[in-house]
Ligand binder design. Structure first.
Ligand code: ASP
Length: 433
């Protein structure tokens, strides 16, 4: 069996739904279907999930939520007409409206896009509808409760053909509907794949896989044919928004490959996320980055005698609403990348650290961007990292720090903020050469 999960853009319009239905029906093994709520039809449009969230917000603030809810109603009524199914959508919507009126939770309201979409689509596909509330369990902090795998497995033994499970939500420990974080339908797909021990988890979206870099910055970025679960995690940690991070664990533990595919170009291979890969052809898989950061330089004579110092500095930072995301340790010096999304007074911040910790001295340096070069082949191909760094140098990009070895598959470099985009472009060109 294969699990197929379709994201919101793959289900936004009549045309997109037609494509998704064709994809599902083209392969008999595509028996488990997981769906997101309908997404944006064009750039001006609003996702159903966002409309639902706005409805809840308006109700909580004592404002009139009906205009927004009417838009949601119209969209589902249109969907039912379009697919020519017999779901009593008005009754379903009336029930949701009644719950909103009674002040139900945000988790319940925001999850209804997936619920309604799956209810309607299951009829259109002639498939059984399995409510995620029945088979998906979440922990108090919104994570996957592993008992979900058993529940799905048992429930699916009673199904003969295809079935549809709504993404994004399940039941919390209190028995109430609880949703995952945004983009969480990916997690549901992974849970179902693990539960039925699927041959593959196909994740259908609007790009032909995970790209080597953010295509809004590097238009030449190509899809990555094959990448490991760990490399995906590393790319995501360096800033790439590729696939919901929490969706990796359920399938990774069972070694089920994930295939990211494009609904608009179904014959493209997309990206295969696998446990292991050969790094010969493609030593580096991708580059991604985060910005802006301020570098904090701290000095302490005999630093190794003060193991508590990094923690002290981090506490002092967080007391000022500042966060260090990456540390680099020298012998008697420490550097930290401090997330500087909000402009802050660097003199006051360093004075605070000087006064409240055991540092000898500290100060903030320049504003930089952090770029991660990710690939399991970095450690096996001699000279590869050196070539990538010299490509940066040849293009006039100054590298302020390099951190490599903590993870053998990721090199982290910092560059001037203004060089951020150029850095990604040069690195991708080097990967493709
Ligand atoms: N509909 C939810 C969201 O927009 C979940 C998902 O699509 O995965 O975040």
């Amino acid at each position: 069996m294969k699990v197929v999960k379709f994201g919101g853009t793959s289900l936004a319009s009549a045309d997109q739904i037609k494509k998704a239905v064709e994809i599902i029906q083209a392969d008999e093994q595509r028996q488990a279907v997981v769906l997101s709520a309908p997404g944006k039809r064009d750039s001006q449009d609003i996702k159903i999930t966002d409309l639902l969230i706005n409805t809840h917000k308006a109700k909580t603030a004592g404002q009139n939520y009906l205009p927004t809810f009417t838009k949601i109603r119209a969209r589902f009524v249109e969907l039912v007409e379009l697919l020519n199914v017999t779901v009593d959508i008005e009754a379903e919507l009336d029930y949701i409206q009644e719950k909103i009126e009674q002040g139900t939770t945000l988790d319940f309201v925001e999850s209804r896009g997936e619920y309604l979409n799956s209810l309607v689509m299951s009829q259109a596909l002639g498939a059984e509808f399995i409510d995620a509330a029945e088979v998906v369990r979440l922990t108090v902090d919104g994570r996957v409760d592993p008992q979900s795998y058993e529940l799905i497995n048992e429930r699916v033994t009673k199904v003969t053909g295809r079935f549809v499970v709504p993404g994004f939500y399940g039941t919390g420990p209190d028995g109430e509907i609880k949703s995952f974080s945004r983009g969480g339908s990916d997690i549901t797909g992974a849970i179902v794949a693990r539960g039925i021990n699927a041959e593959v988890y196909e994740n259908w979206t609007d790009v032909s896989g995970i790209l080597q870099a953010d295509p809004r910055i590097v238009s030449e970025a190509q899809p990555i044919p094959e990448i490991t679960y760990t490399e995906v995690r590393e790319l995501a940690s360096c800033g790439a928004s590729v696939f919901h991070e929490e969706a990796i664990a359920p399938v990774r533990d069972a070694g089920i490959p994930i295939n990211i595919k494009n609904t608009n170009s179904p014959t493209d291979n997309g990206t295969m996320i696998v446990p292991k890969r050969s790094t010969d052809k493609q030593p580096v898989v991708g580059v991604s980055g985060k910005k802006p950061y301020r570098i904090l330089h701290a000095e302490k004579f005999m630093l190794n005698r003060y193991p508590e110092l990094p923690g002290q500095i981090k506490d002092a930072l967080s007391q000022q609403n500042l966060f260090a995301e990456f540390d680099m340790k020298g012998f008697d010096t420490l550097a930290m990348l401090v997330n500087s999304n909000n402009d802050f007074d660097t003199t006051a911040a360093s004075q605070y650290i000087n006064t409240n910790t055991d540092v000898d001295d500290c100060s903030f340096g320049m504003t930089v961007a952090l770029v991660g070069i990710v690939g399991a082949g970095l450690s096996s191909q001699t000279g590869l990292l050196g070539r990538m760094l010299s490509a940066l140098d040849q293009n006039g990009i100054e590298v302020h720090s390099i951190s490599y070895g903590g993870s053998q598959m990721t090199a982290l470099v910092t560059v001037n903020l203004e060089d951020y985009e150029k850095t990604l472009k040069v690195l991708v060109a080097q990967m493709q050469s």
